[in-house]
Design a protein around this ligand. Structure first.
Ligand SMILES: [Fe+2]
Length: 240
């Protein structure tokens, strides 16, 4: 499996707080069958978590990979960021400041949970106009999508990619997130499921429970497509 969304780069956001934690997360992911992790630190936030494209950020992916190789943990780190659509989003897009997923056309975008649908649509359109394909991080967590899931369905129909959090399907993010995730998944609007892991205790990169619940409650969903083929195409910058 390839994990498209994971806060594993140590010390850059509210994810892994140290290299030891990052290694623990990677080992846990590998144990559950993950071979590649897109390291997607928060980016463009209001606080210190800027994480725009920089030599330092590129060095951070490389040094985590070196530590994994040294520890003989069989996981490849792919570059990325989870870009919060706020502030001077369009200007940063134009300047190429955001790290796309493994350098591809795909950009992982998140919003404030209470963001209004028009602003979301505008930001996603701006990313598309900049030649990128937006990947909407955890649509099931936004209040407006919970109130009207067809909003996210329309995004999917426009060719934008919906990424569910595994934790939503496991019930860890509340009933509304679960119900919305389940509905979008059953309607075939979802392209990818990822961990959005922040640590190895609460929001973990272990994919075991997810596979079990997909099999038991969502037999119509294709785990091979959601967890392997589609993220692989994204990593290779192929059209979906
Ligand atoms: Fe995230």
């Amino acid at each position: 499996m390839l994990d498209l969304h994971c806060h594993i780069l140590p010390g850059l956001d509210d994810g892994a707080g140290s290299l030891e934690i990052a290694l623990e997360m990677a080992a846990m992911a590998a144990d559950s069958g993950v071979t590649h992790i897109f390291a997607t630190p928060h980016c463009n936030t209001r606080n210190a978590q800027k994480n725009y494209r920089s030599d330092e950020l590129i060095a951070a992916y490389r040094s985590l990979q070196a530590a994994l190789d040294e520890a003989e943990i069989p996981v490849k780190i792919l570059s990325g960021a989870e870009v919060l659509a706020r502030g001077r989003f369009a200007e940063h897009l134009a300047a190429g400041d955001f790290m796309t997923l493994n350098g591809s056309r795909y950009l992982l975008v998140e919003f404030y949970f209470d963001e209004d649908p028009l602003s979301m649509e505008q930001a996603l359109s701006e990313a598309a106009a900049a030649g990128l394909v937006p990947v909407v991080a955890h649509p099931e967590r936004y209040f407006c999508v919970q109130n009207a899931p067809e909003l996210a369905q329309r995004w999917a129909e426009r060719g934008w990619v919906l990424q569910l959090n595994k934790e939503s399907l496991l019930g860890g993010l509340g009933d509304r997130a679960f119900d919305t995730a389940a509905l979008l998944l059953r309607r075939g609007a979802v392209s990818v499921i990822a961990s959005d892991a922040h640590d190895f205790r609460w929001r973990t990169p272990h994919m075991g429970g997810l596979l079990e619940i997909l099999e038991r409650r969502f037999p119509e969903a294709d785990p091979g497509l959601l967890l392997y083929e589609t993220p692989l195409k994204i990593a290779r910058d192929e059209a979906l």
